[in-house]
Design a protein around this ligand. Sequence first.
Ligand code: ADP
Length: 589
Amino acid sequence: MKKQSDLSRLMGYAGNYRYFTYASWVLSAVSALVALVPFVYIWKILRDVLNAAPNYAQAVNIPHYGWMAVLFAVLSYLIYIAALMCSHLSAFRVATNLRLAASEHLAVLPLGFTETFGSGKLRKIIHESTGAAETYLAHQLPDKYNAVATPVGLLVLLLAFDWRLGLLSLAPVVLAFLIMTTMTGKQMAERMRQYGNALEAMSNEAVEYVRGIPVVKTFGQSVFSFKKFKATIDEYEKWVVSYTKELRLPMMFYTAAVNGVFAFLIAGGLLFTTHGVTPEFLLNLLFYIIITPVISLTLTRIMYMSENKMVVADALARIDSVLEAAPMQVQAVPQHPKDSSVTLRDVHFSYDGKTEVIKGVSMDIQPGQTVAFVGPSGGGKSTLANLVCRFFDVQSGSVRVGGADVRDIPKEELMDTISFVFQNSRLLKGSILDNVRLGRPQATEAEVLAVLKAAQCMDIVEKFPAGIHTVIGTKGVYLSGGEQQRIAIARAMLKNAPILILDEATAFADPDNEAKVQAAFAQLAKGKTVLMIAHRLSTVANADCIYVVRDGQIAESGTKDELCAQNGLFARMWQEYQASVQWKVAKEG
Ligand code: ADP
């Protein structure tokens, strides 16, 4: 199947508004032709002046010609404005529809998509790439037809008055085009590919560099440990310098040819007037010299046009990266959870379709049980939690909530059944009240206050004069990680879902905050099925079952006492933990 062109894709988003786009092209081209009419009147003025010389008083038609020139210039502008109005009507429609399409598609994607794709990148694509498409349709395309109509009209004008001078002023145009082709073409495409590669290598290394900053800081290494990053920058520099040098000569000749049309005319003028100057010839020569800037301008505009096309192609490709992400499957016959149990059966999962990060995990969690996931970082604890709330779908095996496969439970119902409080639970820019109310939008203020109290948040609310109406993210309102997590806990309490997934925070600025978060967690967990990702062993001692997750598998499982008796990985972790607690006590005592 032939790939649809970028333009026809954009027109698809315009619907019936596409006729406005087409109208804008016609109007813009007409405006370009009308813009040339004043030059004809300028020629008439010059003719009258030269005919009347030296009795200039006889040139009575000049004011009339002058006004006519002004009239056509204004008319051309008005037509151009009409063209832009049409093009914008359609461009805004296309941008809106593109944004809608991307946003609607986001709604059917797995929740984990935003996380993996990067919310910043997503925002940039939806905002900026649709913006690029809008500019292309609103300005660049009408200007293209304007720029194409101008040389056609010019050609007629140039050849109509004096074909010899006309041809002469076209000579630099042909020359400029010849030079331009040496700067574009096949070789140039290869160059552009190299440029893209150099740029990509550099930005990849830059990401690695930023990721590595904590390591550099912790181990006191110097920046020179990032030799690869420096090498890519050097490579890029080398490329840019050689490219610039290569283009220096052709670009110089191109600019000279485009801007030097009058030089050709004067040389020709001298050649044609060896037998004396006729007033008629002088008239035409002056006219041609006056019109030359239009030629240069048109050429330059045409030259930049291919660039615009590349920008919009790139923008569409970026939007496609969102639109082509596979949506979540919806089951025809929905199932409903019967209770708050969670069952995993031989679950396999990978983020990229290549490396498995969960390799055959099974577990049975009864309603009301509290289970803890412990184990080394990167073992797969968070991934398991993500699979239970269907942020991603398993590759094989199944995740069941209340006996129903999560893929068969309607999205809203699943979300009503499970609450989650993650480490990086983000609060929205809105009041504390609004943020908590996200848990249950119809809750009253009194109910919100009650959960804030239960979640140990009153110190946060009382810190600000506006209380629960304090808008988070405004100037002077800063909440620490622990405080944000407590508000997120209040939100989950308000939602009151029977299954709870908690990701304990790894680090707290102060012990007071830590104690409060623990107390809030305990309140929240009452009477629920709880899956907890534990980073500290102190919190897991009372769990009904502890799962040691290592390398995508359950290495051990059981209660604390059972696991300690096994003398395995958990027993070692527990001994280390005990030793560190004793060490702390000894130090403090
Ligand atoms: P834990 O919670 O035990 O620290 P995770 O579940 O976060 O472990 O990670 C398990 C593995 O999956 C790791 O190798 C990690 O690099 C990878 N991983 C985690 N999240 C993503 C993601 N969004 N995209 C790709 N890989 C991921």
